[in-house]
Design a protein around this ligand. Structure first.
Ligand SMILES: [Zn+2]
Length: 187
């Protein structure tokens, strides 16, 4: 019975996601299900069928990025197969970045007088190193650290919310980005 419900949800998700439904519609579909586990399983299964690799998806971060379990470690992996690293390190650190910091560069996107002052704000475009897909855009003051959009406590989510065992090696969920930069990126 549960399996049939999951299967029906996957079909519905497919229809919504492939017709470029708004996030609102997708949220409504997920929230309409009385049992959140069924929606969760359907979302995971939907993406798991779309990707060509085998690592188990623990949580989708977007339509292109997923936290997966790879050899016992929870890492961020892209749909195209590119692997970013430990999910506790902001994936933006591993991506390709295009920074727009001059008037001319910003006006490739915005009409004159309709954009921020490049002295105050730069526009950063984060691209997937595996396929070039645009993954995120942020407008921040120059020098501002990359914004960590979502660091979910996936261990608590699995254990306390879903009431399941965490399907990978358990770790303390804390932001490791600064540590990683300190150890690996030499200026
Ligand atoms: Zn990619």
């Amino acid at each position: 019975m549960t399996e049939e419900v999951v299967e029906a949800k996957i079909k519905e998700l497919e229809r919504l996601l492939e017709n470029k439904a708004s996030e609102d519609e997708i949220f409504r579909l997920i929230a309409s299900e009385k049992s959140p586990e069924i929606s969760f399983d359907a979302v995971i299964e939907y993406f798991q069928r779309k990707v060509s690799w085998d690592e188990r998806i623990i949580l989708p971060l977007s339509k292109h990025l997923f936290i997966v379990c790879k050899e016992g470690k929870a890492i961020v992996k892209a749909a195209c197969g590119y692997e970013f690293g430990d999910f506790r390190i902001n994936w933006k650190v591993f991506s390709k970045v295009r920074v727009r910091r001059t008037q001319e560069e910003i006006e490739e996107l915005y009409p004159p007088f309709m954009h921020s002052d490049p002295e105050w704000t730069e526009i950063r475009e984060f691209l997937c190193p595996g396929c070039g897909k645009l993954l995120a855009v942020e407008a921040v003051p120059p020098g501002y650290p990359p914004v960590f959009e979502f660091l979910p406590d996936i261990v608590t989510f699995y254990e306390k919310w879903l009431g399941r065992e965490f399907p990978c090696e358990k770790v303390d969920v804390k932001d490791l980005t600064a540590e990683y930069i300190k150890e690996n990126i030499k200026l």
